[in-house]
Design a protein around this ligand. Sequence first.
Ligand SMILES: [Zn+2]
Length: 237
Amino acid sequence: MPAETAGQRFLERILSAGLFEALEAGTRTFMLECSCGNKRDLWEAGGVKAAGSEQRTLARCGVCSQRTWHRKRKKTETERRQEFESGVRGRVYLSSRAWWASILVWASAALVWALPVFLIADVPEPDWALGILVATFFAGWIGPWFWLTTRYRITETTLHVDSGFFHYELDLGRITEVSEQRKSLGMSFAFDTKFLWVGYPMTFGAVLISPQERELFLRELAERCQHLHRVGDELIA
Ligand SMILES: [Zn+2]
């Protein structure tokens, strides 16, 4: 979906494609709701909000024509399911993130970013100091980059798995099984202990993913993988 407002277009220009797509996916889990009851998808209303708690903002409502305080709130599970049932497909599923993984990622980034404080004090040349600053900035950013950009998307024939500089396209027809158990080693793109193991004929045997809104993800995947059938939270041949 293209950017719709100046603010969104500006972010599209300055962010990497992966970060921008993740930002849009996050924003689309929010609603903009007027006190008259009119509600819109926050992204389509031109807003941006990837995470965090409810906020209020002044906006003009297209239904009651008033300038009122609108709520920016998380969509309920029912609202997300209704979107799905009304035919929305190919949405970007962000990875679910366990609290311990969150702490690990940001604490290690903070540690790397803090390194110059200790290193620069002993550096004989000012040029080195700049080099160290730049190097540690990028090194520290690697974890959060994977963290923020890990996402999955199902199209008609393909499961796209993106994370940092990784991009995998799995041919849906060749997926052998989707299981809650790890059945072989695999490339992990899951940030949660509750993962899905996707069996696939590839070098590392499988990919591990952890989509938020797991139920909708599984329904969408089951629809597209006609050679598999769903049993509980798994797809088997
Ligand atoms: Zn209104």
